[in-house]
Design a protein around this ligand. Structure first.
Ligand SMILES: [Mn+2]
Length: 280
């Protein structure tokens, strides 16, 4: 099926904010890569790229995606939101190929993931109807209402870290959970985004999610890994093959002395061999 939309109908939004605490490389290095990655992609396909947004002063920076999308709706029929912890692995693909249904919100299907962790699709969707790392949203009345309702879920505003993993994603999920009829508005597509563990060629985005994981890889090794990935990103070369190790370099605490440890390898479905454990 072909899409009735073209490049000028679509805005792409990715912005990055480096937290002052600098506990991880995630926003200092990966976040900057993501913005550059999107800039190159949008330039080559003619999409409007938005990387500066107004940060609200009453809540963490992650919430700014909502007003930014609403603003982009004034001039675009579709917005692709992509987190600053995502990279495009297949820049030959165009965004229009995902825009072939009448849905208002288009997200990655989580069926494979639910199957892997062994829960039924219905149960999985009740708990986690969407992953907001990468999604399309259409400029409709429903979408505007949905985003405004999510923005009003102030119980999810936690003023600790810039992106603590608690915030606008939970707010959006909460709206869908409490209004199950709204799930009719959601279209599920394949190969829009994947996590590094399950990545396969053809997946458009890889989402290097998570934060403050247990420290395992020395700073010297991380520097070598990050430099290689930054080089590929800057030159538009294919990314290296050590996705898991790069992921860990981005999300682990920089040292073992950090006060917050948010999970170890098993939380990300990795084994020690995946990240080259013997390095440290
Ligand atoms: Mn993310």
């Amino acid at each position: 099926m072909t899409s009735k939309y073209s490049s000028e109908d679509i805005a792409v939004i990715t912005y990055n904010v480096v937290p002052q605490s600098r506990l991880m490389f995630k926003y200092e290095r990966l976040g900057e890569m993501a913005v550059e990655n999107r800039r190159q992609y949008c330039k080559s396909h003619g999409y409007n790229f938005i990387d500066t947004v107004e940060i609200p002063n009453d809540r963490p920076a992650c919430w700014a995606k909502i007003p930014a999308i609403l603003k982009a709706f004034e001039t675009h029929q579709w917005v692709l939101w992509a987190d600053s912890d995502t990279l495009i692995f297949d820049p030959s693909r165009r965004l229009e190929e995902f825009l072939v249904s009448d849905h208002h919100l288009i997200v990655q299907s989580l069926d494979e993931f639910f199957e892997f962790i062994g829960i039924a699709r219905e149960a999985g969707l009740t708990r986690m109807p969407i992953n907001t790392g990468v999604f399309f949203i259409q400029a409709t009345d429903w979408s505007r209402r949905f985003l405004k309702q999510a923005y009003n879920q102030t119980q999810f505003v936690v003023n600790e870290e810039v992106w603590s993993g608690m915030g606008e994603q939970e707010a959006m999920i909460e709206i869908l959970r409490t209004n199950p009829a709204d799930l009719d508005r959601v279209g599920y597509v394949k190969s829009l985004q994947n996590n590094p563990k399950f990545y396969k060629p053809g997946d458009m985005f890889v989402h290097f999610y998570g934060h403050n994981a247990r420290h395992h890889i020395s700073l010297t090794v991380c520097e070598e890994v990050l430099k290689r990935w930054e080089e590929a990103n800057a030159t538009g070369a294919p990314f290296p093959e050590d996705l898991a190790r790069f992921h860990w370099c981005c999300i682990q605490n920089k040292t073992t002395e950090m006060p917050v440890v948010h999970g170890d390898l098993d939380r990300y479905l990795y084994s020690p061999a995946d990240i080259g454990f013997d390095y440290d």
